[in-house]
Design a protein around this ligand. Sequence first.
Ligand code: AP5
Ligand code: MG
Ligand code: ZN
Length: 215
Amino acid sequence: MRLILLGPPGAGKGTQAKSIINEYKIPHISTGDIFRKNIKEGTPLGKKAKDFIDKGLLVPDELVVDLVKSRLDEDDCENGFLLDGFPRTLVQATALEEVLGDSMKLDYVINIEVKKELLVDRITGRRMCKDCGAAFHVSFNPPKKESVCDLCDGELYQRKDDTVETVASRIDVYLNETMPLVDFYTKKDILLNVDGEQEISKVFEDIKKALGSEE
Ligand code: AP5
Ligand code: MG
Ligand code: ZN
């Protein structure tokens, strides 16, 4: 299955991705996670991306498209993939179509809908695992042991772009640059809307149902 996860920052893309890849046995490709890894390792790509990310702006399209192109070329993507946080602009969406061509068409775009008012609390209370990237929340989804990842025992940290100020800019960027993709994929008849304001497990149930009923 070839899937995209769409939705504003804090909608729960990363959270749902963990369950989706388990269920459908496809690799999780999060451009945000790839950038954070590169920043941590101090690679040239990480150095180019860091300032944009810290300010809550998008990394330039050409950097992102090249990165995803080479990732999709890897063997584990042969039977499908879950893209999380890509595409985020119409330019990226069009480039993705070219990369995939006619033989690897996208199956569905899962659009996780959450209203703006809920996003700031979700993001500022988030804690991420340093090792596996799992997301927790101090109130909504606390880890069993404080500051320790339930999945891999890794240490939890707060992302540098998870401040009130940066979140505001990320939400603006989403509304201006990424929202048009909802229309783009609706027209292609592959958009599945999911109510992301429910409990985490209920959101996943709805995703499974939406995908199942389309098969
Ligand atoms: P990225 O890492 O993709 O960040 P994002 O899109 O802003 O999304 P988030 O990761 O913040 O949110 P999420 O939807 O994954 O939510 P999560 O599941 O963690 O990108 C970061 C930056 O990289 C961008 O700003 C940009 O600079 C750059 N970048 C990345 N891709 C790019 C691209 N294609 N082009 C250009 N630049 C790019 O959940 C959030 C919190 O809510 C957690 O604490 C979680 O526990 C909690 N939560 C989740 N679900 C629920 C629920 N149902 N109820 C209550 N709480 C919940
Ligand atoms: Mg994420
Ligand atoms: Zn972990």
